[in-house]
Design a protein around this ligand. Structure first.
Ligand SMILES: [Zn+2]
Ligand SMILES: [Zn+2]
Length: 132
């Protein structure tokens, strides 16, 4: 992905930018991502938390992962756009929803997680499938 990444929510109240390299990118078909996005999967990429500058207020919904870790789904309180997720399991990392990028075309999913929860109307892209 490009060296400099910028993005934000629908209304523009929340913005983020980074010069860091993306650690990894993926499509997640878990039920939590389905509900958060309102569709079949979330497309997301990971960045080191220290390397991202975020402006604007983000509210978080606290939940828990299948592994029992606390998870936080961040969204803009004005427009409701889902933006950033994080988990206590990997506190050094933030996960960004790909479509919040100013140029979402640079996103390249490297693998699929929770493919077993994929809906029949949104099958995982075969080129992204990975055995883990
Ligand atoms: Zn917003
Ligand atoms: Zn998920």
């Amino acid at each position: 992905m490009a060296a400099r990444l910028t993005g934000g929510c629908t209304c523009g109240a929340v913005r983020y930018e980074t010069d860091a390299d993306v650690e990894f990118s993926f499509n997640c078909h878990c039920r939590k991502c389905q509900r958060a996005t309102g569709t079949g999967h979330a497309s997301a990429f990971a960045l080191p938390v220290d390397a991202v500058k975020i402006t604007g207020e983000i509210r978080e919904y606290k939940g828990s992962s299948d592994a029992g870790a606390d998870t936080y789904s961040g969204f803009c309180p004005t427009c409701g756009a889902p933006l950033i997720s994080r988990t206590d399991r990997f506190p050094e990392r933030l996960y960004f929803h790909a479509a919040t990028l100013d140029d979402p075309s640079v996103f390249q999913p490297g693998f699929v997680v929770f493919a077993e929860h994929a809906q029949p109307w949104d099958p995982p892209a075969p080129e992204n499938k990975r055995e883990d």
